[in-house]
Design a protein around this ligand. Structure first.
Ligand code: AMP
Length: 451
C-alpha cells in the first residue's frame, strides 16, 4: 500500500516524499483511512512506530478544508505528557504540513506564559500542549475551544503514570461534545480502558507492536553484577565495545546525577536528563546527544519518554525499572525502523523481582552473560518459569434496565420477547465496543498479534 492509495492529498504526498518515506508504516496504513473519514480511534502503538505521522497527516488533511482558527481559538488539540514529546509532535506538524497554510504551536510549562498568550491571539489551527499549561492558558482566556474539531491524546498511558488524570478530566470538561477523538497508548491497562470510555465514541481500534512482541526485534541480554560494581562495569563495557552513543536508564534523579559524575571522571562525556533539570538543560542535553557531542545520556524513565532518537544503537538499563512496561518503553529506543539494536541490563541480586516481572511481560527469559572480572559475589537467583498469558474473555455489554425487565418477564411468562435496542449514547458505545471486543487490541488476547 502507498501513501497515495491511503487517500492523502498531493501536498502531503510531496512533504512525505521529502522526508524520504517510501511506504506507510503499519500503524499509518491502519489508522490514516479511518481518521480521514472522521472516525474516533484508539491506537496501541508506541514511539518508533510512525504513530505521530499516523495521526498528524490525516488531521492536516481534514483541517485544510474548513475555516481557519478564529482569534484565541484552536481547531485541533494534541495533548502530550512531556515537553519533549510535545515539541517533537510540533515539529512533525510543521514538517508534514508545509505549504498547507495551517498554523500550529506548541505550549508547555516551565517557560514564560505571556509570549504563548500573545501568539494564541491570532488563533492557532493545531495546538500541541502539555495538560497543565493548557489549563493555565484556558484559565487566562487565552484559548477557547468552541471551534475545536479534533482531540488527540498521545501516550495516554504515560499521562496516567504521570498523574495527569485530573488535568485531563478538567480539559475534557471545557471541550465541545461534538468532536473527533484519537487516543494513543503503548499499553492498554484497565485504567486506560476506563479513561477511553470518557473520551472516544465507538472507536476503531488499531494495534501495532504490542508490548510483548516489540522486544523480539532487539538483541537483549543481561550482565549479572554486584550493585556496587555497576558503574565500573558500565565504564568497562563502553570502552571495551567502543559504544559511541549510549542511552543509559536509571531509576532515580539522584542516581542519574551520581552516574554522570562517575562517567565524566572516567573521561566519558555524559549528561543527565531528568525532571529536576530545566527545560533548557534538557533540550540542550538531547541536542548534544543527537549531535554526538556527548557519548552518554543518562535518563530517568519519565524524562526519556517520547524522546525521538531514531536508530539508537545502544540502550543500557543501569537499574531495572520498577514497572515492567517501562522496560519495553526503554528498549524501544533502540532497534527502531527495523534496524537491529542492542539493549543490555546490569542486574544485581536485589532486582530479581523486577527481572521476573519483565520476563513475564515479554514472555521470555533474558539471556545472561557474565563479564570476566565482574562476576557477582551475590548471585542473581534463577528466574521462575514463564507463565503463558491467558486470553481475556471479552466483557459482555451491560444490560439496560429495559432489557433486564424484559428478560424477567420472559422468564416468568416463558414467552419469547424481542430484545430491545439499548438507548443513550454511552450505552450504545459500550454495546458496540463489546461486540467488537474479540478483535480488540485492548484485550489481552491480541498481544500475540503482529503489527
Ligand atoms: P514516531 O513513532 O511517530 O515517533 O516516529 C518514529 C520515526 O519514524 C520518526 O523519526 C519518523 O520520522 C519516522 N517515520 C514515520 N513514518 C515513517 C515512514 N512511513 N517511513 C519511514 N520512516 C517513518
Amino acid at each position: 500500500m502507498t501513501f497515495k492509495e491511503i487517500g492523502l492529498i498531493p501536498e502531503l504526498l510531496t512533504n512525505i516524499e521529502q522526508q524520504g518515506y517510501k511506504t506507510p508504516s503499519p500503524i499509518q496504513q491502519q489508522a490514516i483511512p479511518h481518521i480521514l473519514q472522521g472516525k474516533d480511534l484508539m491506537g496501541a502503538a508506541q514511539t518508533g512506530t510512525g504513530k505521530t505521522a499516523g495521526f498528524t497527516l490525516p488531521i492536516l488533511q481534514r483541517l485544510v478544508k474548513g475555516d481557519r482558527a478564529k482569534p484565541n481559538s484552536t481547531r485541533a488539540l494534541i495533548l502530550a505528557p512531556t515537553r519533549e514529546l510535545a515539541a517533537q509532535v510540533g515539529k512533525s506538524v510543521e514538517v508534514y504540513g508545509k505549504s498547507l497554510h495551517l498554523s500550529s504551536m506548541v505550549v508547555f510549562g516551565g517557560v514564560k506564559i505571556n509570549p504563548q498568550m500573545m501568539r494564541l491571539r491570532k488563533g492557532i489551527d493545531i495546538l500541541i500542549a502539555t495538560p497543565g499549561r493548557l489549563l493555565d492558558l484556558h484559565e487566562k482566556n487565552a484559548v477557547k475551544f468552541d471551534q475545536l474539531e479534533i482531540l488527540v491524546l498521545d501516550e495516554a498511558d504515560r499521562m496516567l503514570d504521570m498523574g495527569f488524570i485530573h488535568d485531563i478530566r478538567r480539559v475534557l470538561k471545557v471541550l465541545p461534545e461534538n468532536r473527533q477523538n484519537l487516543m494513543f497508548s503503548a499499553t492498554f491497562s484497565e485504567s486506560i480502558r476506563e479513561l477511553a470510555k470518557t473520551i472516544v465514541n465507538s472507536p476503531v481500534e488499531v494495534s501495532v507492536n504490542p508490548a510483548n512482541s516489540t522486544a523480539k526485534k532487539i538483541n537483549q541480554w543481561l550482565h549479572p553484577v554486584d550493585k556496587k560494581q555497576k558503574s565500573v562495569l558500565l565504564i568497562h563495557l563502553i570502552e571495551e565495545h567502543k559504544w559511541h552513543q549510549v542511552l543509559v536508564f536509571v531509576r532515580t534523579k539522584h542516581g542519574a546525577n551520581k552516574l554522570v559524575k562517575q562517567l565524566n571522571a572516567a573521561k566519558i562525556k555524559s549528561l543527565a536528563i531528568h525532571g529536576n533539570k530545566s527545560q533548557g538543560a534538557r533540550t540542550k542535553a538531547l541536542a548534544d546527544f543527537k549531535a554526538n557531542k556527548i557519548q552518554v545520556l543518562v535518563a530517568t524513565d519519565i524524562a526519556a519518554r517520547g524522546i525521538d532518537i531514531s536508530q539508537l544503537p545502544q540502550v543500557v538499563n543501569f537499574d531495572l525499572p520498577n514497572v515492567a512496561e517501562d522496560y519495553v518503553h526503554r528498549i524501544g529506543r533502540t532497534g527502531r525502523a527495523n534496524t537491529a539494536g542492542q539493549a543490555v541490563s546490569l542486574v544485581s541480586a536485589d532486582e530479581i523481582k523486577q527481572l521476573q516481572d519483565i520476563e513475564q511481560l515479554i514472555q521470555k527469559h533474558i539471556k545472561r552473560e557474565y563479564v570476566g572480572g565482574f562476576e557477582p559475589s551475590h548471585e542473581v537467583p534463577q528466574s521462575k518459569p514463564i507463565k503463558a498469558l491467558k486470553a481475556k474473555k471479552p466483557k459482555k455489554p451491560k444490560k439496560t434496565k429495559v432489557q433486564q425487565a424484559n428478560e424477567a418477564v420472559n422468564k416468568s411468562n416463558k414467552v419469547k420477547v424481542k430484545r430491545q435496542k439499548p438507548k443513550g449514547k454511552n450505552v450504545k458505545n459500550k454495546t458496540k465496543a463489546g461486540s467488537r471486543n474479540s478483535q480488540s487490541v485492548w484485550s489481552k488476547s491480541n498481544k500475540t498479534k503482529k503489527g
